[in-house]
Write a protein that binds this ligand. Structure first.
Ligand SMILES: *Cc1c(COP(=O)(O)O)cnc(C)c1O
Length: 675
């Protein structure tokens, strides 16, 4: 199946559109209006037509499948009381469900600025529905002859977006970012520990293999010390893996490897054996994460038996990006204590602020550690939230766009107090994704695709072999696609999984290509909306309150807090903002706020490097008071702009509406507190 992007996208069709910038942006904003059902259901007829098409087409398929079988349910059956009753029950209960569902969250509305959710593209909804009727299971090709291929194609599209090499890389969909991140660390752990297992197996089989050390020099595997073995670069570890299998009969290698592998023995036995073999049990290896990392990492290190004690938080700077200098210092300090590093997790689009780590600089630190300390590790980018923003730097021809080109196409008014978006550094961070060993991206976040849809990408396809499990009943059959690639269940953590999710992402990528024409445009519009909101919050008088904005976001989450001249303590500030949040959220049953936001807390030690300038501008409290507040921290209000229509000139003005609502709820909170 070709995975080229369609040439039916608006601007490639209209002659002479090249160079005609305004035509092009006109076409794109027209297309945007066809991509979603719309806050008033404006495209309901379109969606209905496509859903009906999908249903009818599926029914024709059934009718033409062995028509000689005759009918199971006859027209006369449908005229019987029992049948009527069953239909009545179904209809009635559905009505009940439909009524219940209206108490759900209005993600589709420009008034919703809560979590990372908006409505889904029509393409993804129709793709999901159409495939759901076939109910494919992407665990193995025999249960999903079509959608497993679509899933691998989707992964290849995402890989191309992040600049991974085609053929060398690999990826697949998951139920979400948590599972995708889990798989990344599961694989990373096995890759980093692999040279140790290989050493044991090579000793046993009397094999002489060479391996590349962290500093790039080559040496006999059996001459490496323990510390060197856990610092073989991921790619070199995979070269070693290939070499090992060619050195002896497969069954022997398999048995010898098992005897020495962590995943087979488990930590307790493994450490005991290390101690016997090397006279050193090795200190527990650590996982470095940006202090802003998603809480899923805590779950993952617990589940993998690494232990949350081994999660080392790297401070962030005042833009909430992992501080590369702090990373370097941590690596030096750990190395001095001989602590192995499994992985470093950098974030592309933090959950709280949409901050994009300078991944290019993180990669430089890893290179330096390799050169100067002989230390290396797996580098993962958690781009669950921000991954789709990488489509902004891709031109329609697949080439890279410069910061300037992107700025021109968005056409934001220059503002002397706000950094123009994107900065060259931002573009470099996105380009650097191609250097990460693995990346997780959630289509169900900035991809505007229904749950469940996460994704994991590995730069080196071979890494998946280190977690492969072969169930006898799913082994490849000759003829059926025959490639082991199509048996996803072998290499992934999950088992049965929805092929409908793959069809959903696939169709959406076809309609919205992963470049400036499709998702790039969508993300640019949300950035334009977030910037508009940012400026409105800055420029509107909040009298008697004062609004403190956090720095302008790297993508589209605007964070701020309010204070009052009478406030003296962080506790008072927190009470006000907590009150505003309570009034502008669905946290209380029956609440019907005009606008919906969320809040977060800046807590110590995660925000140690970032809180000071905020407290200074707040003019209340001190870093010491904040540190003493512990988990209370500093309450920050958070508006996630997923709505690509916010910055439109016509249409409802949800920018002014939002700002007015914040002020109103602040007044009510203060009045309610009796001040
Ligand atoms: C949302 C998110 C996750 C977890 O993703 P789920 O799909 O909710 O499991 C992980 N990392 C980051 C940065 C996220 O924003």
């Amino acid at each position: 199946m070709p995975d080229s992007t369609p040439d039916s996208t608006p601007d490639s069709r209209s002659p002479g559109s090249t160079g005609a910038g305004s035509d092009r942006s006109r076409n794109r904003s027209d297309a945007l209006r066809a991509w979603f059902l719309g806050p008033r259901g404006e495209n309901a007829e379109l969606l209905e037509r496509l859903l009906t098409e999908a249903l009818r087409d599926h029914v024709f398929w059934r009718r033409n499948h062995h028509p000689e079988d005759g009918f199971t349910i006859r027209e006369t059956d449908k005229r019987r009381p029992g049948y009527d009753n069953a239909v009545a029950t179904l209809t009635q209960e559905l009505m009940g469900l439909l009524a219940e569902l209206k108490r759900g969250v209005p993600f589709f509305s420009g008034r919703y600025k809560g979590h990372m959710a908006f409505e889904q593209t029509i393409a993804s909804q129709v793709g999901y529905f159409a495939a759901m009727l076939y109910n494919p299971n992407n665990v193995a090709i025999e249960a999903s002859p079509v959608t497993t291929r679509l899933e691998l194609e989707v992964a290849a599209q995402l890989a191309r977006m992040v600049g991974y090499e085609r053929g060398a890389s690999w990826g697949h969909l998951t139920s979400g970012g948590t599972v995708a991140n889990f798989e990344a660390l599961w694989v990373a752990r096995n890759v980093i520990y692999f040279p140790l297992a290989a050493r044991g197996a090579a000793d046993e089989l009397a094999l002489d293999l060479e391996v590349e050390r962290a500093d790039g020099s080559r040496a006999p595997l059996r001459s490496l010390e323990l510390r060197e073995l856990v610092n073989v670069h991921p790619e070199a570890a995979m070269d070693l893996w290939e070499a090992l299998w060619t050195g002896a009969p497969r069954a022997e290698v398999h048995t010898a490897l098992q005897e020495h592998s962590l995943q087979h023995l488990g930590y307790q036995e493994y450490v005991a054996r290390l101690d016997r073999a090397f006279g050193d049990p090795l200190p527990p290896s650590v996982v470095l994460v940006a202090a802003t990392a998603h809480y899923s990492w805590e779950k993952i290190v617990r589940a993998l038996g690494i232990g949350s004690n081994q999660l080392v938080f790297i401070p962030v700077d005042d833009r909430y990006r992992l501080d590369p200098d702090a990373l370097w210092e941590t690596i030096q300090e750990l190395t001095a204590r001989n602590v192995p590093i499994l992985a470093c997790i950098s974030v592309c689009g933090t959950t709280e602020e949409s901050a994009v780590d300078r991944l290019d600089r993180v990669l430089e630190v890893r290179e330096r550690a390799r050169r100067e300390l002989g230390v290396t590790f797996h580098l993962h980018s958690d781009a669950c939230y921000g991954g789709y923003a990488a489509s902004v730097i891709r031109g329609a021809d697949g080439g890279l766009r410069s910061a300037e080109e992107i700025r021109d196409s968005i056409g934001l008014d220059p503002d002397p107090d706000i950094e123009a978006w994107p900065t060259p550094g931002w573009v470099k961070s996105m380009e650097a994704l191609s250097g990460a060993d693995s990346i997780t991206i959630d289509p169900h976040k900035l991809g505007y695709i229904p749950y469940p849809a996460g994704a994991i990408l590995f730069r080196d396809k071979r890494a998946r072999e280190l977690v492969a499990v072969d169930p006898p009943y799913l082994l490849p059959t000759q003829g059926l696609g025959s490639s082991e690639d199509l048996f996803l269940g072998r290499f992934i953590f999950e088992g049965s999984k929805p092929g409908a999710a793959a069809a959903s992402v696939w169709l959406s990528h076809k309609v919205l290509p992963l470049d400036e024409r499709g998702y790039g445009h969508l993300v640019e519009r949300t950035v334009a909306g977030a910037r508009q909101l940012y400026r409105a919050l800055r420029d509107t008088s909040m009298d008697p309150f004062r609004l403190v904005l956090l720095p302008e976001p790297d993508i589209n989450i605007v964070c701020f807090l309010l204070t009052h001249p009478a406030f003296r303590t962080i506790e008072e500030v927190n009470r006000l903002n907590e009150g505003i949040y309570a009034r502008m959220s669905l946290s209380e049953p029956g609440a019907q706020p005009d606008y919906i936001i969320t809040r977060t807390r800046f807590q110590t030690p995660m925000y140690d490097g970032a809180v000071e300038p905020v407290l200074e501008r707040l003019g209340v409290g001190s870093v010491e008071e904040w540190e003493r507040s512990g988990p209370e921290g500093l309450v920050i209000l958070r508006a996630t702009v997923m709505d690509p229509f916010l910055a439109d000139e016509d249409g409802p003005d949800h920018t002014s509406g939002f700002v007015a609502s914040v002020l109103e709820e602040a007044r009510r909170t203060l009045a309610g507190s009796g001040r």
